[in-house]
Design a protein around this ligand. Structure first.
Ligand SMILES: [Zn+2]
Ligand SMILES: [Zn+2]
Length: 644
């Protein structure tokens, strides 16, 4: 009998019999490895542990520790889902069932909608099949024969017609379910130890709304129960913190059907927070040597033609508005406006750097269905600035931008962040514009700036925009979720298009370096992130209502009004709850509204000029002289304390 050479990652070579499977090799190395194994890699391709090796092979056994394994595991769980659905609802037609970042899904076509009870039944059946320990059997079928085999599964027939070679692979699981599938899969259902079905959503075959409407069942799967529990807890917590839900409960903002999707209405309480966010930024602009500018919301199409937006960005823009003199467009970006201000006069090197900052509202055409609360909208306000400088100035400018970005994060209570540097391909292709010296200059400046600040940075090669490299700052919120926030982006495309110049020391005209930078990114989205990070319990300096005064009975109403007046005089945002309700109910309502301080006033407080302080998080803090309370809270507000 002939044998095969198997080369393992440590370089050792084994000679094995024909028909040997990766699982056999794993077992020969150690039973433990065989137990942990999920899938194999054979000559670079993922391969079932139970699929015989076909030739001399480089073989690696992948365990639960390898990131690729989870996808295989989740895809196998999707098959388990489909097998359970077919057992329970044999008339169902199958779409596709891939793994996704958060788990897996499978698309089904069925006249009757699946109910939440069905979902539970399906999950129970999945566990039954799991316990049967069925093998994921790989089979090979000739195309013609396969088309007959799948005759009652029209979507599979379509996929086989489009994609299958003369002979294709499929995976069988139990007597009812067989799937046209490349694999690989885990060896058998017993391997799947922790999963949960999560939701049902509508979908279209191949994502095209002209096609059949399908029901998509989402689920997730992990290698063990503990990881699954952690994930489900996090999902639960994220649901509680959903900014759309809190936005309504705390009366912060709304989206109005009559006005259109993706357009945000800030209610009075949200308006206060927005004012604080924007005031801080405008003050910082001025303190850091930026000039504050304002540019129009609509501008002529000629401008957008010059900037290249009509050519490269039109699909993201609102369509034209015809006026008597020309067609106009809502601005999707602030850059051309700032460029017109820069170019309005001839600049000398002595004036540089010119830093023009704006809180500029832009409009972008997001497709229906992709909008999401404050996170993805059609109209939003960028804290947008453009810096025009000489090549000698760029490194310091980048350092300033990054320091500014870090201050934003710290001020608003984000301790954890990281940076990503997107660079070009070193000139390997022609997709990047600008001379190699420019790229080197800019990328070196970005790198040195991060080094000077000791920033944790990941370099992502070949991910730059065609017009220049950039740094993105990502924050980690209270749930450990990563959010893209600030961007510092070089651009030599727009300065060239608008023929920007400055007169250098040599008396000649040069093109300035230009940097786009936005630190909140979008004020609306930043507000959404803040809501979720704090679960609506904003630190006292940001809280729309900082204190609520709660008289126990009408007898103390006069005193309560005096307290309220004193708080307002001290610049604290306060509400007097003078409803004729029990004080416990008023406390509960204030607690629901996540007001930091509740001030209960009864006869004793009225006589002694004090307030009984209750904190939303720390509970009862006892009685305090009113003046002392005012001073303490003013101190927290002035220092922008983020923990109280
Ligand atoms: Zn599959
Ligand atoms: Zn810009």
């Amino acid at each position: 009998m002939s044998s095969l050479q198997v080369t393992l990652p440590d370089g050792s070579v084994q000679s094995v019999a024909q028909g040997t499977r990766p699982m056999d090799v794993a077992r020969s190395i150690s039973p433990r490895l065989a137990d942990d194994a999920v899938v194999a890699r054979v000559n670079g391709d993922l391969w079932d542990l139970t699929r015989p090796l076909e030739s001399d092979s480089r073989l690696q056994i992948l365990t639960t520790k390898n990131p690729e394994s989870l996808e295989v595991y989740r895809h196998s769980t999707a098959h388990l889902l489909a097998a359970a659905v077919l057992e329970l609802f044999p008339e169902t037609k199958l779409g596709i069932g891939p793994p996704i970042e958060t788990g897996f899904y499978y698309d089904f076509q069925r006249a009757t909608p699946f109910t939440p009870e069905d979902l539970q039944k399906i999950e129970e059946r999945m566990w039954e099949i799991q316990a049967r320990d069925l093998a994921y059997e790989r089979k090979y079928t000739a195309k013609g024969e396969g088309l007959k085999l799948y005759a009652d599964q029209p979507m599979k027939v379509q996929l086989i017609t489009e994609r299958a070679g003369d002979v294709f692979s499929e995976y069988k699981l139990g007597p009812h379910f067989i799937d046209f599938c490349r694999g690989p899969h885990v060896p058998s259902t017993k391997r799947i130890k922790a999963f949960k079905l999560l939701s049902i959503a509508g979908a279209y075959w191949k994502g095209d709304e002209k096609n059949a409407q399908l029901q998509r069942i989402y689920g997730t799967a992990f290698f063990n129960k503990k990881e699954l529990e952690d994930y489900l807890n996090k999902l639960e917590e994220a649901k509680k913190r959903d900014h759309r839900k809190l936005g309504q409960e705390l009366d912060l903002f709304s989206i109005q059907d009559l006005a259109g999707p993706g357009l945000i209405f800030f209610h009075p309480k949200g308006g206060i927070i927005r004012k604080l966010i924007e005031d801080w930024m405008r003050d910082q602009y001025l303190a850091r040597g930026y000039s504050l500018v304002y540019t129009p919301h609509v501008m002529r199409e000629d401008l957008w033609r010059t900037s290249g937006h009509l050519k490269n960005y039109a699909e993201n823009m609102f369509s034209g508005i015809e006026l008597d003199d020309a067609a106009y467009r809502l601005k999707p970006m602030n850059c051309p406006g700032h460029i017109l201000i820069y170019a309005d006069k001839l600049r000398s090197y002595r004036e540089l750097p010119v830093r023009l900052g704006e809180l500029g509202t832009v409009y972008r055409y997001e497709r229906s269905g992709v909008m999401h609360g404050l996170m993805r909208v059609r109209g939003f306000t960028q804290d947008d600035a453009h810096i025009f400088c000489t090549p000698e100035q760029i490194e310091d400018e980048i350092v300033n931008c990054l320091e500014f970005a870090i201050d934003v994060l710290k001020t608003f209570g984000f301790e954890d962040y990281e940076a990503e540097l997107s660079t070009w391909d070193g000139g390997a292709s022609s997709k990047y514009e600008g001379a190699a010296e420019l790229w080197t200059l800019a990328e070196d400046a970005l790198k040195r700036a991060t080094e000077r600040l000791g920033l944790r940075v990941t370099v992502i090669p070949d991910e730059a925009a065609f017009y220049g490299p950039k740094i993105d700052m990502k924050l980690l919120d209270a749930l450990g979720r990563k959010w893209q926030l600030s961007t510092v982006q070089f651009d030599w495309n727009l300065p060239a298009k608008f023929h920007l110049e400055y007169v250098a020391e040599d008396g000649k005209r040069h093109q300035p370096m230009m940097v786009h930078r936005a630190l909140y990114g979008s004020v609306e989205r930043f507000f959404g992130i803040l809501i979720e990070h704090y679960a609506g319990a904003f630190p006292v300096w940001l809280a729309p209502v900082q204190t609520v005064v709660l008289p126990i009975t009408d007898r103390q109403l006069e005193y309560a009004k005096n307290v309220q007046a004193r708080l307002e005089q001290a610049g604290l945002r306060s509400h007097l709850d003078d409803r004729k309700e029990k004080v416990n109910l008023k406390i509960r309502d204030a607690q629901m509204q996540k007001v930091p301080y509740m001030l209960v006033v009864g006869d004793r407080e009225a006589e002694s000029g004090s307030v009984s302080v209750r904190h939303r998080k720390h509970g009862d803090l006892g009685a305090k002289p009113l003046d002392q309370f005012v001073e303490e809270v003013r101190g927290l507000v002035a220092s922008k304390n983020v923990t109280e």
